[in-house]
Design a protein around this ligand. Structure first.
Ligand code: NAP
Length: 456
């Protein structure tokens, strides 16, 4: 497996990394296990909080420099990358503030004696992470687990190795001892070997269904607890009373943020017949006004996709959609720039028998459906293998809440595009995975909830 930074704007190979040896893997396991043994007894939380506070400071001090690393790895706009660094720093603040509360022993009432649950570390966590938010994905699992006392081995995406290395170096610079977060450039087979090792007690993956199935299979074979944050085909359900001007403002972030490569991007816009034509016209206006170009240039508004491979996959999916009856309302033309740009595209007339109907389009492609009554819209929103997030957009918030409760998903946003904040649990149902990251739920994922019972 080649770990390389290929800048998707210039197509130049900027960095290449050697695969980690089995000896390096063993060293990471040995270092991590030693730390786990120290931390398991409950010592060291104050020091770990100080390290995470320092990590937050370093992130803020080096905001733009760190953001550039991500932009060069996978092409995101520099302003979006800076926002990602800020968000990671906010995770540091949040978990440092909440760690004592979340990890405090929990008394249990029983008339038969005295009982309480200790919140203890469980072992090393194997984290497999994707390229689309190179720092955020690491931060949202590393920060809470480090505070719990679970060391982490990281296998990041092979196309954003520099971000992974820089993040791990920053953690060391903040004062974390060796083994706290070890970034390795490992093969899939080595990931399997790490999962099988008895010093590892948890596995978390964010990525595709395919990657999730493989890694979850390894975890199941070895009886290791795991969380899976997988793909999405999120619905954006427009209510008949939606304000079209407000809608127009939300479209760019809902569909085009990160060049559309967000698991919780709205991918299927389900629009009532009274607003359908106007919605399409507004969406086209938004899509036609993007400025593609250098993601390090602050005037650029649409970044290249992360890689040639990703762009080719998306083009193939759009071609398949069209071959099976979809209409191109806007876009799908070649972009005359050397980087991996995909013209923002709007597709309509995707019927249930179109192979794309139940596939995630991971890029700047919007699919628009028309509905006549709300039950039909809810049925369409739920007609997906995925169940990550969704948006309900309308003036009557009470009605929007009723609709949100009827959608099979892990997250719903009312009158806003997708969002991720430290205090909001993140995750999905169905093929979007299981488990939650962030918030208290995320911190508890790999905690050993250890019951202690004293008889009277
Ligand atoms: P991917 O191919 O599954 O890759 C994700 C990570 O898994 C990478 O580090 C990849 O390594 C690794 N991987 C894949 N197969 C593996 C295997 N058999 N054994 C060990 N590691 C393996 O996913 P992607 O297509 O790059 O990422 C985009 C997907 O992630 C989208 O579907 C998106 O919706 C989803 N996502 C979900 C969330 C969420 O929170 N639910 C958040 C962000 C993204 P290599 O790079 O070396 O192949």
């Amino acid at each position: 497996m080649a770990y390389k930074t290929v800048n998707p704007y210039t197509n130049e190979v900027e960095h290449e990394y050697e695969q980690s040896s089995n000896q390096e893997v063993e060293q990471a396991l040995a270092n991590g296990y030693r730390l786990y043994q120290q931390w398991r007894a409950g010592d060291g939380l104050a020091e770990r909080k100080a390290i995470i506070t320092k990590l937050g400071q370093l992130l803020r001090e080096r905001r733009t420099e760190l953001a550039e690393v991500m932009t060069r790895d996978m092409g995101k706009l520099i302003g979006e990358a800076e926002g990602e660094v800020d968000l990671c720093a906010s995770f540091c603040d949040y978990y440092v503030e909440k760690a004592d509360e979340f990890l405090a022993p929990e008394p249990i009432y029983t008339p038969s004696g005295n009982a309480y649950v200790l919140k203890q570390a469980s072992g090393i966590i194997m984290a497999v992470e994707p390229w689309n938010f190179p720092f955020y994905q690491i931060a949202r699992v590393f920060i809470p687990n480090f505070l719990v006392g679970n060391p982490m081995i990281l296998k990041d995406a092979s196309n954003c190795p520099t971000s992974a290395k820089v993040f791990a170096d920053l953690v060391s610079e903040a004062g974390a001892p060796d083994g706290s977060l070890t970034n390795l450039f490992v093969s899939y087979d080595q990931v399997g070997d790490i999962i099988a090792d008895k010093r590892v007690q948890g596995v978390c993956l964010t990525g595709s269904e395919r990657g999730g199935q493989s890694v979850a299979t390894e975890a199941a074979r070895n009886l290791k607890k795991n969380t899976m944050e997988l793909g999405g085909n999120d619905a954006f359900l427009v209510m008949p009373d939606a304000d079209i001007d407000k809608l127009e403002e939300v479209i760019p972030s809902a569909r085009l943020y990160n060049a559309g490569q967000v698991c919780t991007s709205s991918k299927r816009f389900i629009v009532p017949d009274n607003l359908y034509d106007e919605f399409l016209a507004r969406a086209k206006k938004v899509f036609a006004n993007v400025k593609m170009g250098d993601p390090l240039d602050r005037s650029t508004t649409l970044a290249p996709m992360n890689s040639k491979r990703a762009k080719e996959k998306l083009q193939k999916q759009v071609d398949t959609a069209i071959e099976n009856g979809a209409t191109v309302y806007y876009g799908n033309e070649p972009v005359d720039l050397p980087g991996q740009f995909f013209m923002p595209t709007i597709l309509t007339d995707i019927t249930k028998d179109n192979p794309i109907f139940d596939q995630e389009l991971f890029g700047p492609v919007m699919v628009v459906y028309k509905y006549h009554n709300l039950d039909e819209a809810i049925e369409l929103a739920n007609d997906s293998s995925y169940g990550l997030g969704n948006t309900i957009f309308g003036e009557d918030v009470k009605k929007a809440r009723e609709v949100a409760a009827k959608i099979e998903a892990g997250m719903s946003w009312i009158n806003a595009g997708w969002a991720s904040l430290p205090e909001l649990p993140f995750g999905g149902v169905k093929h979007s995975g299981y488990g939650r990251e962030l918030a208290k739920q995320g911190m508890m994922s790999f905690v050993n909830e250890h019951l202690v019972y004293e008889a009277e």
